[in-house]
Design a protein around this ligand. Structure first.
Ligand code: ZN
Length: 191
């Protein structure tokens, strides 16, 4: 798959709940390979951004499968960990707002409130249950991706928040977006 296979708002599938994976098959493995290829292709087209993670719905496949980059700091390390049927078992820590972007929301970043720590349950590719604790940026990424499996996009947490929206300038720096001008009535972003 290529970056063109990644769907973006206003595609209504991004606001649709994905279904559980009941049996992990060769199709699941192929899906994960396709998602990884699309993420890397997208990243190759972006000078200032990394592809931190992707949910299957973003390649228009409505199953609860996500891939999470194994190393967020190294652009050359392009290994992704798949999580099948991921869910948050417990929210911990405090709620902190920080910047998020999304491969399916082009040109818009937001300061999204998320828990700093979560406990996660998922299946690995062999179908074994895995449980782990995540904190910091990883916790944020996992909350963002599990939202995708539930048909929630990060901007949905920011409705009516006039100072929460940003865009990247050509130098790769975040600049505030005028809410009234670019966000409030933007029919691409909202249903
Ligand atoms: Zn996203």
């Amino acid at each position: 798959m290529k970056k063109e296979d990644i769907i973006a708002l206003p595609n209504p599938h991004l606001r649709t709940k994905s279904t559980k994976v009941h049996v992990i098959t060769d199709d699941t493995i192929k899906l994960i390979e396709d998602m990884t290829a699309a993420s890397i292709d997208w990243e190759d087209s972006r000078p200032h951004e990394i592809s931190a993670a992707l949910a299957a719905v973003q390649v228009d496949h409505l199953e609860r499968v996500v891939i999470i980059r194994s190393d967020f700091d190294d652009k050359s390390a392009r290994d992704f960990t798949p999580l099948i049927n991921p869910e948050i078992v417990k929210y911990e820590g405090e709620v902190v707002s920080d910047y998020e972007g999304c491969l399916s929301v082009s040109g818009v970043y937001g300061k999204v409130p998320r828990h700093t720590k979560v406990r996660v349950k998922a299946l690995d590719l062999e179908g074994n249950e895995v449980r782990f604790k995540a904190e910091g940026f990883l916790a944020r990424v996992i909350q963002h991706e599990i939202d995708h499996t539930n048909g929630i996009v990060f901007i949905d947490h920011l409705q009516d928040q006039t100072d929460a929206f940003f865009t990247l300038d050509e130098k790769g720096e975040l600049q505030p977006l005028n809410y009234d001008e670019h966000i409030r009535e933007n029919s691409i972003l909202w249903d």
